[in-house]
Design a protein around this ligand. Structure first.
Ligand SMILES: [Zn+2]
Length: 309
């Protein structure tokens, strides 16, 4: 039975909620997980209290794979590329992992945190591209580790750190947390005045959610505990003191092919896509994803927030 610990929306505080049931599909573990959908802001939240999430995060979970390191000559080229990219914004040389760097424009000397850093690959890429003060936080890694002078991984939550940052980032970790207001407040408290927060996460403004409901691949029950809408994110951010400076939809065709696999009873296995979608269909879905992003109907977004001086 679901335990109703949160009778109101964690984003807009409305008590007008409706319930739906989802099942674990990525690993095909099944089970019934109860979610609330807010009738006012549209945000989603898991109702169930799950004491032990470990069965849902297997050892080979993608964010805990081994760090891939670059040779010193490649590091030199990456630093050069980052310098040119940050000064010119030239999209052609944007690093694959970081289109958002163009708007975030961090300085090499900035102290930067990645909350929910997994194996730290993203921070590693930033460290070999010239950034000098990088900190990853993840309570689920094996141990704290100093990867290099410029990069430290901490086996703890940012809440338990004494450091202050110029930039805090959350790349698809926000939705794995329980309390959006608590994590935003903690980020606020750990930012210097004028500091920036970047959150990338799935959003329930998605057309695919409206059409496919619990089959939507990025609902990802029960790992995703909260999925905001743009409206919900605005309300909770402003309540904490942040201003949202920009919102950019950045979804891809994963929303479509992942959902097709689930509609056909498959687990999330990339190699199975060809059985359901032709190359032409895949191309068309990539175009559709870009159109959805332009129309504000994509299934994930990038939120740029600032702590005003
Ligand atoms: Zn709400």
């Amino acid at each position: 039975m679901p335990i109703d610990l949160e009778p109101c929306c964690k984003f807009c505080k409305s008590d007008r909620l409706t319930e739906f049931v989802a099942t674990e599909r990525m690993l095909r573990l099944g089970g019934n997980f109860y979610y609330s959908e807010c009738l006012d802001c549209g945000s989603l939240q898991l109702k169930d209290f799950i004491e032990d999430f470990s069965p849902y995060y297997p050892k080979d979970y993608y964010s805990f794979s081994t760090l891939r390191k670059s040779s010193s000559s490649v590091q030199f080229l990456k630093t050069l590329r980052m310098k040119v990219f940050l000064s010119t914004g030239l999209q052609k040389i944007a690093p694959l992992y970081g289109y958002w760097l163009k708007k975030l424009k961090p300085r090499f000397k900035d102290r930067i945190a990645d909350v929910g850093c997994g194996n730290g690959q993203l921070l590693y890429e930033l460290s070999v591209s010239g950034f000098r003060d990088l900190h990853g936080f993840d309570p689920f890694i094996d141990r704290s580790e100093e990867i290099s002078e410029s990069l430290k991984l901490w086996k703890k939550r940012i809440e338990d750190s004494d450091l202050l940052f110029d930039v805090i980032m959350m790349h698809h970790s926000f939705e794995h947390m329980e309390d959006p207001q608590a994590i935003l407040r903690s980020c606020y408290e750990h930012l210097n005045p004028g500091g920036r927060l970047l959150i990338r996460c799935p959003v329930a403004d998605a057309q695919i959610w409206k059409e496919k409901r619990a089959l939507w691949v990025q609902l990802d029950a029960p790992r995703h505990l909260i999925i905001p809408t743009v409206a919900g994110m605005r309300l909770v951010s402003e309540r904490v003191g942040f201003s949202i400076t920009e919102i950019e939809f950045d979804s891809g065709d994963f929303q479509f092919w992942g959902t097709v696999l689930y509609e056909n009873g498959e687990r999330l296995d990339h190699s199975k896509i060809n059985a359901y979608l032709s190359a032409e269909e895949r191309n068309a879905l990539q175009e559709k994803a870009l159109r959805y992003n332009r129309e504000g109907k994509g299934d994930q977004a990038c939120f740029y927030l600032i702590k005003q001086d």
